[in-house]
Every structure is written in C-alpha cells, then in structure tokens.
Design a protein around this ligand. Sequence first.
Ligand code: BGC
Length: 767
Amino acid sequence: MHRTRNKKQRNRTGRIALLCSCALVFTMTTINAESRSAASDTEERVADLLGRMTLAEKIGQMNQVHAEADDPVATLGEALRAGRIGSIINQVDVATVNELQRIAVEESRLGIPLLVGRDVIHGFKTVLPIPLGQAATWNPDLVREGARVAALEAAKSGINWTFAPMIDITRDPRWGRIAESPGEDPYLASQLAVAMVEGFQGDDLSDPGAIAACAKHFAGYGEAESGRDYATTNIPENELRNVHLRPFRAAVDAGVVTLMASFSDLNGVPATGNEFLMRQVLRDEWNFDGFVVSDWNSIHQLAVHGLTADDRESALAASTAGVDMDMAGNVYLGELGALVENGGVDIEIIDAAVANILRAKFRMGLFDNPYTDPEALPAFGSPEALATAKAAALQSVVMLKNGNGALPLSPTRLDSIAVIGPLADAPYEQLGTWVFDGDPDLSVTALQGIRDLVGDDAVIDYVRAMETSRSRSTAPFDEAVAAAKRSDVAVLVLGEEAILSGEAHSRADIDLPGAQAELVRRVREAGKPVIAVIMAGRPLTLTNIVDHVDAILYAWHPGTMGGPAIAELLFGVESPSGKLPATFPRMVGQVPIYYSQKNTGKPPSPDEIVHIDEIEARAPQTSLGMTAFHLDAGYTPLFPFGFGLSYADFRYDNIRVSSDEVALGGTLTISAELTNHSDVPADEVVQLYVRDLVGNVTRPVRELKGFRRLRIEPRQTVTVSFDVHTDDLAFFGRTNELIVEPGDFHAWIGGSSDADLKTAFRVVADD
Ligand code: BGC
C-alpha cells in the first residue's frame, strides 16, 4: 500500500512512534541531497530576481489575465512589456502564445516568462472519460497515462499549466461538478490525485510535454448545500481533515505545483479569504511551497459573499489569507499597490507570494526554455492517445445489471439490432462537460462502434427517438418500438447531454431527463431484450427504469473513444470491469448517501424497517422500527460504492489476517482468495475495507483502505494480499491530531463496499 514511511505517528497517549526502514532512509538521503542542491539553486535565483523587482512588477506576477480576445497581442502587449502580467488564461493558439511569451521574455524589463493556463480536465483534443468515469476504472496507472496524453496535447498548444486535477470529494450527485470529481471516497480520490499530478507533471517539470498541475478547489466545494453549485458549505474541521483535505494532502506530497482556492464559503469564511486553509493547513502544516491561484474572479466575489465591503478589502483579505495569484479579476492589480503603500498589506506577504510564483516558473524550466515547439510533440489524436482514451473508456463502464444473461450479445447469433436513443450518435455529447478543446470530429459514437464491430453480421436499425435527452415529445416513440419489434434486441443509449452536468449545472431531480423513462417502457413492450447504455455526468436515480431493462451499462460521458469501448463490452470482446466511485441512490431524497457513513446510535437493519405502504392504520409510533431509515426508501442505495458486475463469475473466499494482533507501528497482511469460476477472462477490482470499532471520534462503518485491479483468467484462483501498516488506520481525532488508537478492527475483502467476507484484528500499544 502506498504511504509515507518514516513518519511520526502519535498514539492515543501522545507518544510518538518513529517508523523507519534503514534501506529506504539511505536512498532517500541520496535523492534528498540532489534535490536540496537544486532547490537551493532555485531559491537563490528566486531571491535574486525578487530583489531586482519593483512593487508594480511584483504585483504583475500575481496577476493572471484572460487572453482569449481576438487580438491578444494588441490588447495585452503593453501590459506585458510593463511587467503587469504573470500569467495568461485561455489562449490556445500556439503562435499567439509564443508571441505573448516573446513579448514578456524579450521586451519586459526583467524578462519573466508567462504561465499559460487552461482547463485541461479530462483530455485536450482527445477526450478521456469524465474524471468521475476515470475514477470508475480504479486504475491509477491508466489515469496517470490519461493525464499524460492530455498534457502532451495541451503542451502542443503552448499550455504549460492545467487547472486539474479537480479533487473535491462529493457525496451529492445533484451537484453538476460531481462529473469533474473523483467521487465520494478520500482514499480512492487520493490515489487518483497523485496519479493525475504525476501524469500532468511527468518526471521532470521542465520536459516539453509536462505541464504544471493545479489541485482544486481548496477546499470543501463538493459539500455545496443541496448540491447547488457555489452554495454555502459548512464542514466541521474534523470532517474536513478526515475526508475533504486528504486528497489535497496527497497531491501536495506528490509535488503538485499549484492549488486553486474554491469559490465557496467554508464555515463562514469563503475559501478565497480563508487563512485557516491556506496559511495554517497548507503552509504551516503541509509545508507547501508552490503557489495558490484564486478561482475565476473569486477575490472580487469576497465582497459579493459579504466578507468584505469592496475590492480593496477583498485584495487585503485574499492576499493575507494566502492567495498568491488573482485569476482574471484585476483586483490585485488595481488594489495591492495602494494597500502596500498605506501599510494595509505587508511587503513580506507580497514577496512571499511572488517567490512562490517565481519558484514554480523556475522549476518548470520556463526561464531556460519559454517557447513551445509544437512539432516536437505528438500529433493531436495520435494512435497512442486514442488507445489510452479507449482503454480508459473500456475500464470506466460499470455494468449495473445483467438479467437473464442478456449480455454479452453475440454478433453471429443476432440478425438485427435496434439502436435507439438521443445519445447513440452524439459525438459532442459523449465528450461530457468541460471540454473547451475536445474535438468531436475525433469521436466514435456508440452507433458507429456497434456498426464497426458487427460489420455485415447483423442489420442495425437506428432510431434517435428524442431530439435531446430532455425532449418530452413521445411522438417518435412508435418508430422506436417498431424498430425494436423488427430486431432481436434493443440497445437504448440514454442519459444526459454534456450540458446537464459540470459547473453551474446542478439538478434537483436526477432521474433520466425528459421522456426517457417512458421511452424505456414503450420499447419494453416490443417484447425483445432491452439493454440500456447510459451516458451521464453523475449518478442518476435509475429506480424507475431498472426493472424495465434486462441490462445496464453505465458509461458516464466516455469521451472520444466511447463508441468502440461500449461496442466491445456489449459484444463481450472485453468484460465490464468498472466499479462505482459514488453511491447510486434509489431516490434523490436519500442524498447525501455514501458507504462510509457513521453507524448512528440507532442503525437500521433489514428486518426492522417498514415501508410507508405497509404502515397499518393508527399504528403506534414505535412500530416503525425507530432506526435510521426513510419510510419510502429504506436505507440502502440502489447500487453501492465499489459495485460493478462482470461477465466472469468472481467469488471470494478464505479471508485471513497474518496475525490477530499488530503493535502500533507494525504491519499486518490481510488476504483473500479470488476465483474466476467462469470461462471468461476478466479484470476484477479487489477492494479492502476496514472498520475501527471504537474511536475518540466515531468512525465510519467502513473505509476503503486498499484496492487492486487484477486480470483473472478462467478458473484461476489468486490470493490477493494487502499490507496494512497501523499508519494506514490513522485518523484525525477529537483535537484534530492525526492518531492511531489501539483497539479492535474489522476488515472485509471483496468486489464492492458491501462485501461480506470479513475478518478481524486488534491494534495493541507497543509497550
Ligand atoms: C472554475 C475553475 C476553472 C476556472 C477557469 C472557474 O469557473 O471554477 O474550476 O479552473 O473557471 O476556467
């Protein structure tokens, strides 16, 4: 398991256990000596440059401007020459970028190169599945490779800084930005955060194909009340540390160059003006030495929140709290000079911010090589990029249902296939949200993928049936039903268009929009097997269709290569292997619903819950079980976190722990046997969950502590082992210190968060 070794760990009594491996320490010493000398060179260069800068030039470095205008060279040239711009955002014409860079480097007094920022969230021209879909792969290696593909294509356009990864934990599928997130779990999110940072930034940030990453949105944005984007968040510090901050910590430890402050209000202090987050946690506790950028105009918005009265106060609040660069707001540019001169902002704050920005520019090698040579980088949509996009799409699809062995389809045994639905042939929509540069011409749709795979073996009868996913007209449904009747099977490609998720695209009702549920029911009446392929930017509530279809493949927005991936899964060229990175509720009213809930004092159980339709007239209050459930939805989700079916028949047995007891600072191994009882080779994502039975703050009923994607051949049995160090059981306790407590733990290994193969162990004090 991944963890930072050689770290100090406090136990319940406050005693510190120092864990170390001598071999490891030796290697680290060698590496540290090299990186220390590079770091001190960089620090010298930063200090030298800073010492030569005027206040106006310093404030210029803290200023990022929007550069999408028709002629940015004309609009921005003068400010660049005067050193009033440290970064540009949203210019992707490489010749223009190089020219703006040339002006900054050759025509400004100090020649400081520009950071060129862009949202490269899940691909550039070649689009990978939305981040939530990538999370469903549970494959950090593939996610790293995907970020690398995105970085290479973005770098070809002159981009040297992406505003990704977005690593906001969210338990609310109403929130449109769940599409951009890694889902609900801090452990999975942390693994993927690291993978993305490594993929974007590469081994060496100064390589031509590497771009700086930005972990966003710091912090708590995913808890927006009722999933309404930008709404208030209230998160107790303990929950913040145990859940929301963990992926950010992982990204910082992985060397992420930048962080972005969130738009949202956190516990009464908007993140952009939140000293606790950016000074106490990020700098003092985590020793972050990169820089923090605001979100778009979010410094100005501090006044809109009502934290400050005007831009002057906002510039004071944000700079004091630790925002180093103002994204597209012009607030620092307009206000910081006067604030320093009248004593409101110490020059030390400005110097520290500028040093953070210059340090990043030095590390990125921009002073040595500021220009982009597009010819030195692979073509857009290269075969390698498309292959990665296809692999990611293939592994991201989650099979939620497969009744009566409806899947896989057999091209040779079918004469005709009806392909129906608004997303079957929608090259742009399948790319999903936040794809400024995605090229829909590269997209292969589900319809095309099926046609290519089936060839002449079967007739494909395509009926779009709905103009958009939101259409309410049922008039074209007759044609869809007729096509289903004529065919051996109906494949419905349903879901949400790209515009229904993403920033500012939250929904209060997360059923399939428009008349899609009605379309399912009508097609069902044709009496043929019905397969639903669903493309969406969030978990949807599928309760009203799940019993009317034979199988469901949940494909998220699968990106450029969604079509071939979906076709290969439908026809069993490959088995589905994605697992849910977020819980699927039965009803939207269950939200937030997530696997790692607390037990409560009155936990529900199946035999104690009562459904609203079963309540007898004048029943006494206590007859309803008196536990934590909804009368109309129970307490379980429709599909749990970690869930996903396969064409293989996987069974888990023989869970074991290497020892019943482990001393603080020690490691134990938890293993189980996994057998593929079928003739189908397939990947399985094996998951380890742990419960800490008693804590000085209550602990979740289960927490993911490890996972592994494995290829299992037919009839093969493998033993899957996870090493669990007691550090891995650490959590923030009542005083918000990281602790591991002696006590009893349960552990489960299986293919989902509701795995029932269980064992137990005890952590004991080491004295
Ligand atoms: C979003 C950020 C994004 C920025 C720049 C904002 O509206 O919240 O995530 O990076 O725009 O496009």
